[in-house]
Design a protein around this ligand. Structure first.
Ligand SMILES: [Zn+2]
Length: 77
């Protein structure tokens, strides 16, 4: 029997913020995106469990942003 292991990225949660944020990269003021994404270990292309979770907050126009700590993310959502 052959097992196929892999890893794939998945957006777990995505939410647009009500507060506007100014982006110094593209010079636009817009509602930034708060996103949680995770890298899942997969078996036969089916995600089984998350290996790594990332919390990011970014500009929807140029996708410039920053990474957040879990606590920080929980407070913002
Ligand atoms: Zn931007």
């Amino acid at each position: 029997m052959i097992f196929i292991f892999g890893a794939n990225d998945k957006v777990v949660e995505k939410q647009q913020q009500y507060a506007q944020e100014h982006c110094y990269n593209c010079n636009n003021t817009s509602n930034w995106i708060l996103e949680k994404n995770a890298t899942y270990a997969s078996l036969f292309f089916i995600s089984v469990f998350p290996i790594k979770t990332r919390y990011i907050y970014y500009c929807p126009i140029c996708r410039n942003g920053r990474q957040l700590e879990k606590e920080e993310y929980e407070r913002m959502r």
